[in-house]
Design a protein around this ligand. Structure first.
Ligand code: ROI
Length: 168
């Protein structure tokens, strides 16, 4: 299989979020048949959902992978688990590490456990701005350009907290 370019969203707002993202980045790079090719800066973002939780740290990484989308999902879930994510009953509550497949090549996928492009990507500033940093020319599978989508999404306080992130 030819490698596919995929974008993964990383988020954390518990237990040293910056460190959670850094470790996740290394773990993604070490996945079989997968390499990190670019990573955005780390951003501080206001929580979407309940406001009585800490601010998030978010980033987007670009990978080249030979894993199928389903295999990639299960590998990412395994990384979330080893980083101590506890799934809580509260909807949209705080989390130690969240890894979401934002895009997988130009594919549109809708299965029981996977929807790609990520259903929230077009409204989430903490996905779109980091993505623009590493893929400014991107066109989504629906045909919309990233730049056009961004026009209707304010930054909502999003700010860069770390540049020049490395993963090796
Ligand atoms: N809010 C922000 N800012 N960043 C996230 O990664 C994030 N992830 C979530 C919810 C709870 C929706 N809110 C978020 O899952």
């Amino acid at each position: 299989m030819h490698p596919v370019t995929s974008y993964i969203g990383l988020g954390s707002n518990l237990a040293k979020p910056d460190q959670q993202l850094q470790e996740a980045l290394r773990a993604i790079h070490e996945l079989k048949d997968t390499h990190v090719t670019q990573c955005s800066s780390f951003y501080a973002s206001k929580p979407m959902g309940p406001q009585d939780q800490p601010d998030y740290v978010n980033a987007v990484v670009e990978i080249a992978t030979k894993l199928s989308a389903e295999d990639l999902l299960s590998q990412l879930q395994a990384i979330e688990q080893t980083h101590g994510r506890q799934r809580k009953s509260e909807r949209w509550g705080p989390r130690t590490l969240d890894l979401d497949i934002i895009l997988y090549g130009n594919e549109q996928i809708q299965s029981n456990d996977l929807v790609v492009p990520h259903y929230g990507m077009k409204t989430r500033e903490f996905v779109l701005y980091p993505l623009r940093e590493i893929a400014p020319e991107l066109v989504l599978p629906c045909g919309d350009s990233l730049v056009s989508v961004l026009k209707s999404v304010p930054k909502n306080g999003l700010e860069v907290i770390r540049k020049d992130v490395t993963w090796k």
